[in-house]
Design a protein around this ligand. Structure first.
Ligand SMILES: Nc1ncnc2c1ncn2[C@@H]1O[C@H](COP(=O)(O)OP(=O)(O)OP(=O)(O)O)[C@@H](O)[C@H]1O
Ligand SMILES: [Mg+2]
Length: 1005
């Protein structure tokens, strides 16, 4: 599609194309870098087509490739999608084109047209129906308008039944050109319509090539017509019965369901206001054509035609409402008016057949025009309010058959004209835009087909003129004389060639009766046979006169009296067609065009002149955009324009492109737009924009996340404060309760104390129980360490005095029991020790060095005693303090802890059975550097060892041995202490290296 002067919409498409280019090919050919390459062009179309993307733009032109299958892209939801939306966001679609034409028409209140071109079978008619459906569904409507809408939609099946036929190219080929105006009121309601039809291919009524059919309506009537109707029309329910239907030998086709189509047509006719008489007369005419075809002539002895069986003739006479005799005469005689006389001249058989066929073609052709007029009456809007229109042009496509005749000549000429219009308007639109933007126009290299149009239509010189002259000139004009004239006149035209004019090589491909035109779309060879006749389209006067007397009202309208009164020679077919195309061109030039090209096959790209179109569009600059829009899109790419450009947009764009390093030949600054020459420049900026967009998105995301996190933190903090408040409240309440409870308990306690000596009450018995328990608890941790030590026993409160005394005795007995268990009967000095009381400790805390205290106090000092320690080698005596804590034994010299032995490492203690006071502490040493066992002398041996046994729970590890006790100096190095008795206690190193201890003799022993 091309939107002349309305490039803004087209450029919006471009944005969409830019976004989508990486997905499936390029959505807009304007952005194709190799825009001169047909291969690249086809490649792109193919790439998209294989993905079922049948639509592609060239700027504002829409290209469609026939999918030959139903795609799910025409449903209501797609219509809704494209409705009123700026389609730059959406992929190319025929609805986008329809919608934009509609909205531009409404906003600018001017007329538009959509031109659909393409080779036969490419899908033009389907496209025009899609557009019409889109308007029918999308435009606002009321009940009244619904009728108009339905009629417009229903005109299609009727016109297709009468005007379309199966050809070799297309099972539903349009055999007439159709231009339909859809009228809208200022609110955008579809309020009326008007159809112009062009040159129906009427020769098809009497002749079809092999593999082709007559117009659909004949088959529909015969196959689908109701019994009554067929009887009334004198028809057999068999298409093979009719000469006009069997020539192509393919009356039934799998893709066509004539019976169903008949129903559709009947229904459509009722919608577009046909009453029963209308339909009766119309089908009378259709049937009469079939009967005419079955009228056979025979030749008499002179070769003149006569009719033998005239059953078919009677049906024609009946259905057309003409006297059978008159009809008979008209088909076998020609009436020649000589002066005041009328002379009847008999026809030869061929002549009669010619006259018969001419009649059949004429009545069908005229009935078709009547039908179009009748539809127009039903679509007419008589309201005189201002209306705007969208015209829809669905013309027959370019045709090339093996044998091409007058009809193809006309059809291809028509396409040539439309191509001319197409080029002119595209060029004009481009030029106008350059001019309005103040940009210098650069000449475009493209093929202008004006030269071919002139070759066909030029006055006095063109092919049509030559043909017309040949048709009217006196003498024996034939198709071949026409060809000679052509050769004379066109002899050296570069687009015209015949067998005679051709060089040797070309001549081979040309018959003597051929001429070849080099159309913009390619070469077509036409066979001149039939050109004169078809152009003359002669219908004998007496036949016309007869038809004028017909009782069939439709026939009456088709053969008006005014025709007879006109003395002028009727215009030839080619001239009529030429003039109607001229009028069409005028109609179209007065409107804003939208182009829609249907592509069927590869060579179509050439046939449609798409490359020419692209060349024109891409002549100068691939892309142009309003400054505001360009800046808005790409401003993030330049620090000066991001985030806001405060100045004039054009200056902002200049700053932006300078920053991007555009070369002077890459762009131009127009009045309101920037023009960018190469697609690749645009792609580069678009890619940069994509990257930048992501970066921006990341930054925004980070900001947003930060914002979210802050919010979250604030919320959490608020929650924490709340919890804290609640917690404090709960704590405070608990504290309050606790205090209240304490007050109560204290009160009770005081009361109990005060009444402790009185008779037993709840209060004082609770108090006394408390006193008892608390005393026992205290006693537990303050038990005296010696049996005779009475002073250290906790003074009991009066209530437990008795209990306390019992406990005290018990305790002392336990301690002494331990001593006796270990030593009684084993060591000589034991009996003497029993009387000696045990004391808490032998060294007061103040006599232990401060430093040592600080180091070991945390282990709780249980007992200390002065000892003599003997060196492990020389057995030199050293005075030391032995301190027992809860965890270990310490050997201390003033401020120095000489050795620490925790109870776990203390394997045991050995003493002799004699009266000495030596003890040997056996120590488990894993580290060879550690000191070995301790050999000590202690004056309070029983006390010290009992305490050690109880604190360290070593009751079972204290041994009393005879003679010699081994000890380890360090790991693996042993020595021994040898005990003996003597008069004087002594300690010395024996000659065996042992430590010799001499114990005093004890008398009791
Ligand atoms: N958009 C489409 N989706 C599906 N099928 C399609 C589409 N367009 C065309 N066709 C198929 O192609 C056939 C021919 O299309 P159509 O009759 O519209 O061609 P045309 O261009 O009007 O040809 P002619 O010039 O002979 O009239 C249709 O009958 C249909 O089967
Ligand atoms: Mg068609």
């Amino acid at each position: 599609m091309i939107k002349k002067g309305k490039v803004k919409l087209g450029q919006l498409d471009l944005e969409g194309a830019l976004i989508a280019r990486d997905r499936v090919g390029i959505q807009d050919f304007v952005l194709l870098d190799s825009h001169n390459s047909e291969t690249a062009f086809l490649e792109n179309l193919k790439k998209r087509f294989t993905e079922d993307l049948i639509y592609t733009y060239i700027g504002t032109l829409l290209i469609s490739v026939n999918p030959y299958k139903n795609l799910d892209i025409y449903a209501k939801k797609q219509m809704d999608l494209y409705m009123g939306v700026n389609f730059f966001e959406l992929p190319p679609h025929i609805y986008a084109l329809a919608d934009n034409a509609y909205h531009t028409m409404l906003s600018e209140a001017n007329n538009h047209f959509i031109l659909i071109s393409g080779e036969s079978g490419a899908g033009k008619t389907e496209a025009s129906k899609k557009i019409l459906q889109y308007y029918a569904v999308s435009c606002p409507s009321s009940t009244l308008l619904d009728t108009v809408r339905d009629r417009m939609l229903m005109s299609n099946p009727v016109l297709e039944a009468f005007g379309n036929a199966k050809t070799m190219k297309n099972d539903n080929s349009s055999r007439f050109g159709k231009y339909m105006d859809i009228q809208f009121d200022c609110q955008g309601d579809a309020v009326g319509g008007h159809i112009l039809s062009y040159l129906l291919e009427k020769s098809r009524v009497v002749h079809q090539n092999h593999g082709e059919r007559n117009f659909h309506i004949f088959y529909q009537l015969v196959e689908g017509g109701e019994e009554d109707l067929l009887r009334h029309l004198g028809l057999e329910k068999d298409t093979k019965h009719y000469c006009y239907l069997v020539q192509g030998e393919c009356s039934s086709v799998s893709s066509i369901n004539d019976k169903n189509d008949w129903k559709t047509v009947k229904n459509a006719l009722s919608v577009i206001d046909f009453d029963t008489t209308d339909t009766e007369h119309l089908f009378g005419i259709i049937a009469s054509v079939l009967h005419l075809g079955n009228v056979h002539f025979e030749g008499d002895s002179k070769g003149y035609a006569f009719l033998n069986s005239n059953a078919a003739l009677r049906w024609v006479s009946k259905l057309l409402g003409v006297h059978v005799q008159v009809l008979h005469e008209a088909l076998t005689f020609r009436k020649i008016e000589a002066k005041s006389e009328q002379v009847l001249s008999p026809f030869t058989v061929d002549h009669a057949i010619y006259a018969r066929d001419a009649l059949a073609k004429a009545i069908y052709d005229r009935a078709f025009n009547w039908l179009v007029n009748k539809i127009n009456e039903s679509l007419e809007n008589k309201d005189s309010n201002r209306k705007t229109v969208i015209g829809l042009l669905d013309i027959y496509g370019f045709e090339v058959f093996t044998v091409n005749s007058f009809e193809q000549f006309c059809i291809n000429y028509c396409n040539e004209k439309l191509q001319q219009l197409f080029i002119q308007l595209t060029l004009k639109a481009e030029q106008e835009e350059y001019e309005s933007e103040g940009i210098e126009w650069e000449p475009v290299q493209f093929f202008n087909n004006k030269i071919i149009c002139d070759l066909v239509e030029e006055k006095h010189r063109g092919i049509i003129s030559v043909l017309d002259e040949e048709c009217v000139r006196p003498g024996d004009a034939t198709d071949l004389t026409f060809l000679e004239k052509l050769e004379e006149k066109m002899g050296n035209h570069p687009h015209f060639v015949t067998h005679k004019l051709a060089d040797k090589k070309t001549r081979k491909s040309l018959e003597r009766g051929d001429f070849r035109l080099l159309h913009y779309a390619g070469e077509v060879t036409y066979c001149v046979v039939g050109f004169i006749d078809k152009n003359n389209d002669l219908l004998y006067r007496n036949i016309k006169d007869m038809m004028r007397l017909s009782k069939n009202p439709i026939i009456q309208q088709c053969f008006p009296n005014s025709e007879r009164d006109s003395r002028r020679r009727p215009e030839t077919v080619a001239t009529q067609f030429k003039n109607s195309l001229l009028r069409l061109t005028e109609i179209l030039t007065a409107k804003e065009p939208w182009y829609f090209d249907e592509v069927l096959v590869r060579h179509q790209v050439k046939y449609l002149g798409l490359m020419e179109h692209l060349r024109v569009r891409r002549a100068g600059f691939a892309y142009r955009r309003k400054y505001e829009v360009f800046l808005q899109r790409y401003k993030a790419l330049c620090p000066a324009t991001w985030p806001h450009w405060r100045g004039v947009p054009a200056d902002g764009v200049e700053a932006l492109v300078q920053h991007l390093g555009y070369q002077p030949d890459e762009y131009k600054m127009g009045r309101t737009k920037i023009f960018i020459r190469y697609a690749k420049t645009l792609f580069a900026i678009e890619d940069a924009f994509e990257i930048c967009k992501h970066e921006l998105a990341t930054r925004l995301q980070a900001k947003y996340k930060g914002y979210r996190a802050k919010g979250e933190f604030r919320k959490q903090k608020e929650a924490a404060t709340k919890i804290e408040t609640c917690w404090r409240g709960a704590q405070a309440r608990k504290e309050r309760d606790r205090r209240a409870w304490a007050v109560k308990v204290i009160k009770k306690f005081i009361k109990g104390y005060m009444t402790r000596k009185e008779a037993k009450t709840t209060d004082n018995s609770e108090y006394l129980a408390f006193v008892r328990q608390s005393y026992l608890n205290r006693l537990k941790v303050n038990l005296p360490k010696s049996v005779l030590d009475k002073t250290t026993w906790l003074t009991p409160p009066p209530v437990v005095t008795e209990t306390s005394e019992i406990l005290r005795k018990l305790h002392m007995r336990v301690m002494k029991l331990v001593t006796s268990a270990i030593f009684k009967g084993k060591k000589d000095s034991y009996p003497a020790s029993v009387a000696a009381p045990f004391v808490d400790t032998r060294i007061n805390e103040q006599d232990i060095n401060m430093k040592v205290l600080q180091t070991i106090r945390h282990e709780r000092i249980k007992y200390s005693v002065p000892v003599v320690k003997y060196d492990r080698n020389g057995f030199k005596p050293r005075e030391r303090q032995l301190i027992l804590t809860q965890a270990a034994v310490y050997l201390v010299e003033d401020a120095k802890i000489k050795q620490r032995v925790d109870y776990v490492s203390l394997k045991g203690v050995s003493v002799s059975n004699l009266g000495d006071s030596i003890m040997i502490l056996h120590i488990a040493v894993n580290d060879p550097k550690q000191k070995g066992d301790l050999v000590l002398q202690c004056d309070h041996l029983y006390e010290a060892l009992t305490k050690l046994a109880m604190i360290a729970k070593k009751e079972n590890n204290i041994q009393v041995l005879n003679g010699s006790i081994k000890f380890e100096i360090q790991t693996g190095r042993e020595n021994a202490v040898d005990f003996s008795t003597g008069a004087e206690p002594m300690v010395y190193k024996g000659s065996n290296g042992h430590m010799m201890v001499v114990a005093p003799r004890i008398k009791s022993r």
